[in-house]
Design a protein around this ligand. Structure first.
Ligand code: C5P
Length: 305
């Protein structure tokens, strides 16, 4: 058996997020394009006699991260254990760099990392389709966090299909102050759209064409998020931030998923620095994070036997 496994777990953003009418089970049908970005949590797993979880924050507030068995990453290990009918007991450490409750799938990606990490730690060789199925049961974003890259999501987000994309994109990522609860943002979305007819969600052709061409300007013009009005309703100050990013020459500005993180699309690291400096100058924001996408999904990067 392996003594320790280290896994990197990327954040995701939604380049588009179409939200359909609420389903009978309370979830909303989605048509989304995810992109994994170069902002990572790290998850370290070791076999143990009793389950244990520790969490540390690397520049992020971890007050709201459960450091016990209710954490989605610990639930992922239990689900894998049940799937194999085995007892799998781990001591896990999660080092968080992804803002918590930020619309960046931080909790989901830790769970995806826990699945691949425990699978290797206990030499389980779980087939990929079974891991994806377990991931989908853990949360709507978890399968994408396993797959990474750029991919379409349908169903409630858990059905993931890779997308043709060329080149790399640079993002300024500005974490909002405090987090937003995903169910609360969906609730606000339902309240704002009450009485309106909501069409089945679709992915804009222009967005796919921009990705195929590797054209940041075209992609920037096609970015959209149906949850953005709800996030702005709960955090009105984000409107000014989005406008300032566009003024500072970003190709596109968007709330990430359910927010409150905002992301600004650029075509190079120097362009991203310029946009970030523009935001700091206009609104006295803290420096943003400058990262590229797409990057790989949750992946083992080290460990020892
Ligand atoms: O799937 P996940 O556990 O990440 O979803 C968290 C919450 O977000 C759900 O309980 C639901 O309120 C909302 N949600 C939704 N429709 C989706 C995905 C999530 O309403 N497609």
């Amino acid at each position: 058996m392996t003594a320790e496994v280290r896994v990197t777990a990327p954040a995701k953003i939604n380049l588009c997020l179409g939200v359909g009418p609420v389903r009978g089970d309370g979830y909303h049908p989605l048509a989304t394009v995810y992109q994994a970005i170069g902002l990572y949590d790290e998850v370290v797993l070791r076999p143990a006699d009793a389950p244990d979880l520790t969490v540390s924050g690397d520049g992020v507030d971890i007050t709201d991260v459960p450091a016990d068995e209710t954490n989605l990453a610990m639930r992922a290990v239990r689900m894998l254990a049940e799937h194999h009918g085995e007892e799998l007991t781990v001591a896990m450490h999660v080092r968080k760099r992804i803002p918590v409750a930020g619309g960046l799938a931080g909790g989901s990606t830790d769970a995806a990392a826990a699945l691949v990490g425990a699978d290797l730690l206990f030499d389980l060789h779980t087939p990929r389709d079974e891991l994806l199925e377990l991931a989908g049961r853990l949360g709507s974003d978890v399968p994408f966090c396993l797959v990474g890259g750029t991919a379409m999501g349908s169903g409630r987000g858990e059905v993931v299909t890779p997308v043709m994309t060329r080149g790399e994109y640079w993002w300024v990522v500005v974490p909002g102050a405090g987090g937003l609860s995903t169910p609360a943002v969906y609730g606000e979305h339902d309240r704002l759209s009450a009485g309106r007819r909501i069409a089945e969600p679709e992915i804009p052709d222009e967005l796919l064409a921009g990705l195929r061409a590797g054209d940041a300007e075209k992609l920037g013009a096609a970015l959209e998020d149906d949850l953005q009005p709800a996030a702005l309703s709960l955090r009105p100050e984000l409107e000014e931030l989005l406008a300032a990013g566009r003024m500072a020459s970003a190709h596109g500005a968007l709330v990430s998923g359910s927010g409150p993180t905002t992301v600004f699309l650029c075509d190079s690291p120097t362009h991203a620095q310029r946009v970030d400096q523009g935001l700091q100058y206009e609104l006295a924001t803290e420096p943003g994070l400058i990262v590229k996408g797409p990057v790989h999904g949750a992946r083992v990067v080290g460990g020892h036997r």
